[in-house]
Write a protein that binds this ligand. Structure first.
Ligand SMILES: *Cc1c(COP(=O)(O)O)cnc(C)c1O
Length: 375
């Protein structure tokens, strides 16, 4: 069997071990500690944002953001449909109702037209949405200008799900720094990883203070354990934050590498009829977390994305269909949806190719060879 080629596997640098070892030497294994502070500072500097809270996951970050915005049972929260379920699940944790929005064909992210339609409808029903969750899928910035303008016009806060987009920018400004809150993830397959983790970003220091409070079991100031709020155990540990500090030192290299993967694939298969890529608009810079293609069987003599996926799998190469939209998921049956079939179409015809920053040229060549074989 050929060597396994993963979709996106962790890629450690030189410094991570040092930070983790320091946590061991100083016995700072408990949650919180100097690595957590250092990692948060790194995130603030890198994203040019005022405040950051390092957390146990990106999902926890979205949950806390919704809580801090006061989202409650039966509230409406607008969310991009074409995403990973973690963007939407925390809406349900709070008993609120997700309203899903289709993508537009350029960036594959939230369509501002349907966003506004949904806001108008629910506002006219006296149920003004409490938050908007746009996503920068595969690292590609959403149409931020339009989305932020609509959010401002209707005075609805934005939780920017930048879990896949650390290092992506729009007009040179970091994804995750546009919304009232920004969300990052350091899960194992993301562009950098702490093995598991996330962060909540904001310019609002009170909100980040509140996030830290809720994330550490909501302890009131008292010598004993005193609580006036329901708390959560959502903080990042000092050991994992050490990995994060090391990973921040190589983040820009990882982005270059992922962008080089994209360039390699694009050059290799762009002349094959029926294959297209997620385009990068002129004002955007994508970290190209995952290189994704669309396959049009009408132009490939009937070869579908599933044919390609299975052919790669036979050669021990992992690829994956694009996210299945939330409005098509059994768990969200009946949730309101605004849009047509853009995201459904992306799901049916799209494939994420192996995109790790640790792939070798020989690996990329093998993927391309296999793709060309079946195409
Ligand atoms: C990974 C991811 C999340 C969740 O992050 P975790 O750290 O795995 O909880 C949320 N949204 C999107 C779009 C993601 O890709």
């Amino acid at each position: 069997m050929n060597k396994k080629i993963w979709l996106s596997s962790p890629h450690m640098g030189q410094a991570e071990k040092g930070f983790v070892e320091e946590a061991f030497t100083t016995n700072w294994i408990a949650p919180l500690g100097p690595n957590v502070d250092g990692f948060e500072q790194d995130l603030c500097e890198y994203n040019k944002i005022g405040h950051a809270a390092a957390l146990s996951s990106g999902t926890a970050a979205i949950h806390l953001a919704l809580m801090i915005l006061g989202v409650q049972k039966d509230d409406i929260v607008i969310c991009q449909s074409f995403t990973f379920s973690a963007s939407a699940n925390p809406i349900l944790y709070l008993g609120a109702t997700p309203v899903f929005i289709d993508s537009e064909a350029d960036t594959w992210n939230m369509d501002p037209l349907y966003l506004e339609e949904a806001i108008k409808k629910y506002t006219s029903l006296g149920k003004k949405p409490k938050a908007i969750i746009p996503v920068h899928l595969y690292g590609m910035p959403a149409k931020l200008e339009a989305i932020i303008a609509i959010a401002k016009q209707y005075e609805i806060p934005v939780i920017e799900d930048a879990a896949e987009a650390l290092g992506s920018t729009w007009h040179g400004k970091a994804c995750g720094s546009f919304g009232d809150f920004g969300v990052l993830s350091f899960n194992g397959n993301k562009i950098i990883t702490t093995s598991g983790g996330g962060a909540l970003l904001s310019e609002n220091s009170d909100w980040i203070k509140q996030a830290r409070f809720l994330a550490t079991q909501a302890r009131d100031t008292a010598p004993h354990y005193q609580h006036s709020h329901i708390g959560y155990n959502y903080r990042m540990s000092n050991v994992l934050a050490g990995i994060g500090r090391g990973q921040m030192m190589v983040l820009n290299d990882r982005i270059s590498q992922r962008r080089a993967n994209y360039a390699f694939y694009e050059k290799a298969v762009k002349d094959i009829p029926g294959i297209s890529f997620q385009p990068e608009l002129s004002d955007s810079f994508s970290n190209r977390w995952l290189t994704s293609i669309l396959v049009d069987p009408k132009k490939t003599n009937g070869v579908t994305r599933e044919d390609i996926r299975l052919h790669l799998e036979k050669d021990n190469i992992e690829s994956r269909p694009l996210w299945k939209p939330m409005h098509m998921q059994p768990v969200f049956t009946g949730a309101p949806y605004f849009g047509e079939k853009v995201s459904q179409n992306l799901f049916e015809h799209g494939l994420c190719l192996p995109s790790g920053s640790n792939l070798l040229i020989a690996d990329l060549e093998r993927v391309v060879l296999k793709m060309k074989e079946i195409l």
